[in-house]
Ligand binder design. Structure first.
Ligand code: PLP
Length: 432
């Protein structure tokens, strides 16, 4: 059997024993226990980060700064990659900030987000003298002003262009009635911008808009850019010029197109839109910041599951794996769809229909609703593709399943960057 070129582009191939390999590493060798393993292709993560830098350099005439959105996937290993690639990082909690700092990412490469930053989070960001704090509300700025600082803090303001975003409603943010940012149609947003630009405590670095996540239709970006540049023209009439626009992240990951190609199309499209709209509305082209998350890590990740019991019930063949909604919430949360194969049976035809379910006590604990696979047996290893984003970062200990470990795969080599949790980890913080 040969692999589809889509998967070979992601680093997968089949070895002489008909096992699936990633960058030459046999995936059947990475799982021994009855616990899933998150596998991340480190080479592909780096290629995605470099692709963002290169593409915006090519298509956008002003400087573009990239901040990896760490909510998509973060551990010390990932933060080290970000540091080595000399990319900025977007954090949205004290925890994410802590990990970025532990990995040695310099403060000037860190940007803080969040729609409800606590005083402690703001204090930590001020103390660390990070690059920018993105303010989300008037009261958050009031709170920031109470925090003493030895130097002027750089802030941006998150605004909402209020467009239609074709994604799952839980992932659409730049839409009407969103909890994130302030609508540009609201007069109070202008009042805050005036306040920020006149403040002696902060330096106002620009505006931020993030329209949502898993956005595959570029029309939402076209509309948001139009809204934002029209808004900049209007602000210009009020004597305010905006130096930098941070357009957030959101680029969707397709199950047909390698993200390396999607990034190229995306950079070309949005750059052209910014240039066209700035000409149209007679606004100087702003500097850009971008915050890609999912597109950096999603296709770089796969999850290995040991197959447990298989049973027929009411005409469905249930294939249960050791894992599920505790290591990947996305199917239950967003009805996410995944593809999979059996790592040790790459020479066998996909002829048997299965419903792949997890080992958590909920009927919603489904990994893949309906898939054709080779005939499976208990002990086989199921590889679920495209799980690098928002699975490890949303993992939980439901049913007291210890959290799985993470392996980074380089060129014909791998290393564990997060060890699997043990049963002892489940009670480490209990006091009795
Ligand atoms: N920036 C902000 C402010 C976000 O809230 C998010 C995620 O929702 C991102 C960037 C990253 O989005 P994505 O992972 O879809 O690229």
């Amino acid at each position: 059997m040969t692999l589809d070129s889509f998967y070979t582009k992601l680093g997968f191939s089949i070895n002489a024993e008909s096992h699936l390999t990633l960058n030459g590493v046999d995936l059947t060798t990475l799982i021994a226990e009855d616990q899933p393993v998150y596998v991340m292709n480190e080479l592909l993560i780096r290629q995605h980060l470099q692709a963002y830098k290169r593409a915006f350099q090519e298509y956008y005439p002003k400087p573009t700064t990239t901040f990896y959105a760490s909510k998509a996937f973060l551990n010390l290993g990932m933060a080290h990659v970000i540091k080595q690639e000399n990319i900025g990082i977007d954090v949205c909690s004290e925890g994410e900030l802590f990990i970025a700092q532990k990995a040695g990412i310099t403060s000037q490469n860190i940007l803080l987000h969040g729609n409800n930053k606590s005083k402690a989070e703001l204090q930590a960001a001020v103390d660390a003298k990070i690059y920018t704090i993105v303010i989300d509300s008037v009261s958050e700025f009031d709170l920031l002003e109470t925090i003493p600082s030895t130097q002027k803090i750089s802030v941006m303001l998150r605004v909402n262009p209020t467009v239609h975003v074709d994604t799952h409603p839980s992932m659409a943010t730049g839409v009407y009635n969103s909890k994130f940012g302030l609508p540009i149609s609201d007069k109070r947003t202008l009042d805050l911008i005036l306040r920020l630009s006149k403040s002696t405590a902060v330096s106002f670095a620009g505006l931020h808009f993030h329209i949502g996540s898993q956005v595959l239709d570029f029309k939402a970006y076209t509309d948001a850019i139009d809204s934002m540049i029209r808004y900049l023209a209007w602000l210009q009439e009020h004597g305010i010029s905006i130096d930098t626009l941070d357009m957030g992240g959101g680029l969707g990951v397709d199950d047909q197109e390698a993200t390396l190609d999607t990034i190229e199309r995306f950079a070309k499209h949005v750059s052209a839109q910014f240039i066209e709209k700035c000409l149209h509305y007679k606004v100087p082209l702003p500097k850009l910041a971008i915050e890609p998350g999912r597109s950096v890590v999603s296709q770089a990740g796969c999850t290995l599951y040991k197959i447990g019991h298989i049973k027929e019930s009411d005409g469905t063949t249930f294939l249960a794996v050791h894992g599920g909604m505790s290591d990947n919430m996305r199917v239950a949360l967003y009805q996410a769809k995944y593809n999979a194969c059996v790592a040790g049976k790459m020479d066998q035809p996909h002829t048997k229909r299965y419903k792949v379910v997890g080992n958590c006590c909920e009927s919603g604990d489904v990994v893949i609703d309906d898939i054709l696979l080779p005939y499976c047996q208990s002990g086989d290893i199921l590889v679920v593709f495209n799980t690098g984003a928002y699975s490890h970062s949303m993992a939980n200990q439901f049913n007291k399943h210890p959290m799985p470990g993470v392996v980074f795969v380089g060129d014909h080599a791998y290393h564990w960057v997060t060890k699997p949790q043990t049963l002892e980890d489940l009670i480490r913080h209990d006091v009795f």
